[in-house]
Design a protein around this ligand. Structure first.
Ligand code: CA
Length: 397
């Protein structure tokens, strides 16, 4: 059984561990690494004092951080398994209590940004369990370790330089700049570059404090979502039921068209008249069906995992008093794992149906390719990457 910490770390890891292959230590010239970093930091306006304070006591990469980069396999989980941890009854109860306690702040943020309070709360809950599990590892230590072993190329070196820029600005003291092993900081788990662009001082004390200020953390989430293109007044999506004899090849269009074709929300409320959506069947036909909007893709901008986006959207609905999902999920065996998805991507690419990365991850591009293949083969076009589909594609009985 996974610990709560590991469950919370999952979305971040899904985002950061897309690149295959574990990190490897370099030849062992840590002082040389720090010296070259110092010159790059200076070019970005980081003073010697700031640099020295940030690296005080850091004499080499943190072996625990390096070890974490090698633990990739466990982060591939079915969406239904992920939802159990991310949208638990305990989290819903804690989130509703936090929503009451912070009602005034959340209303002010919603008025300013157009991002619903339940969505802001849901991000806060999934990222750090409402601030309770924001991580306590010094961010410079984490990022210096990852940059030193060149985990994911230059990404973490750039993030480390951004972290030093934050320290230079004085928003946070080095000892309080903490977060996850992968450099995601504070209650909102922003990487430093995201912090520089998106963090907000909402309580007006002159500092953008996503570590200790709840108003700053919550407003920073909403501000980031607006930057990613959040459309006010549009839900992320809805669980729906399909009528019998439904034509799955027409899976995208106006919500009003779906309503006219007999698609109904499972909570009994009417679909809105305006807006566009597409069908999303993360477990295939016979399990929960969703209509997702552009705001679902905005959530994926914070973290590219479908499971993450569904967890945030569903948790928001639950925090606002909505019901549990109506349809049951399939048994856990009926899915392809990362290597299986990679083979599916390669097979679909060979047939000219898939042009995205062959990274073993589900997402909109793979769903589209699966649907095109299903339509070509005369199969129900639910877009779900099931094992039987891979067998068919690879010509096995
Ligand atoms: Ca502040």
């Amino acid at each position: 059984m996974r610990t709560r910490r590991a469950v919370l770390a999952l979305p971040l890891c899904l985002a950061l561990l897309a690149a295959p292959g574990p990190a490897r230590a370099q030849d062992g010239d840590y002082p040389g690494f720090v010296a070259s970093l110092r010159s790059d930091a200076t070019a970005r306006g980081v003073s010697p004092n700031t640099f020295d304070a940030a690296f005080a006591g850091l004499r080499g990469p943190d072996p625990d951080v390096i070890a974490r980069t090698r633990r990739q396999g466990e982060f591939s989980r079915p969406v239904w398994d992920y939802l159990v941890g991310a949208v638990s009854p305990g989290r819903i109860a804690r989130g509703q209590a936090q929503g009451k306690r912070l009602a005034t702040t959340l209303a002010a943020i919603e008025a300013r940004t157009g991002v619903p309070r339940a969505i802001v709360l849901a991000f806060w809950g999934v990222e750090s369990d409402f601030g309770a599990s924001a991580g306590s590892l010094p961010t410079v230590r984490a990022l210096a370790s990852l940059a030193y072993v060149r985990h994911r190329g230059t990404l973490f070196r750039d993030e480390l330089l951004a972290a030093l820029q934050i320290l230079e600005k004085g928003d946070i003291e080095p000892a309080r700049m903490v977060g996850s092993w992968a450099g995601a900081m504070g209650q909102v788990q922003f990487l430093p570059s995201v912090y520089l662009r998106e963090a907000v001082d909402f309580d007006g004390d002159g500092r953008r404090d996503i570590w200790r200020s709840e108003p700053d953390a919550l407003a920073s989430i909403a501000h980031y979502l607006r930057s990613l293109g959040w459309k006010p007044g549009l839900s992320w999506g809805y669980e729906v039921s399909l009528p019998k004899e439904f034509d799955l090849t027409r899976y995208r269009g106006p919500l009003s068209d779906f309503a006219a074709r007999g698609v109904r929300r499972t909570d009994g409320k009417p679909l809105p008249v305006n807006g566009e959506a597409s069908l999303f069947l993360p477990g295939g036909l016979g399990s929960p069906v969703f209509l997702i909007t552009d705001n679902f893709e905005v959530i994926r901008g914070y973290n590219t995992s479908d499971s993450y986006a569904l967890a945030v959207g569903h948790l928001a609905d639950r925090l606002a008093g909505g019901p549990a999902l109506a349809a049951p999920w399939p048994n856990g065996d009926a899915r392809l794992d990362g290597p299986g998805l990679k083979r599916l991507q390669a097979g679909l690419a060979a047939q000219g149906l898939y042009a995205g990365e062959q990274d073993g991850r589900a997402g909109p591009k793979l769903r589209e390719a699966v649907r095109q293949y299903q339509i070509r083969e005369g199969l129900p076009a639910d877009g779900y990457a099931r094992p039987a589909l891979l067998e068919r594609l690879e010509g096995r009985p």
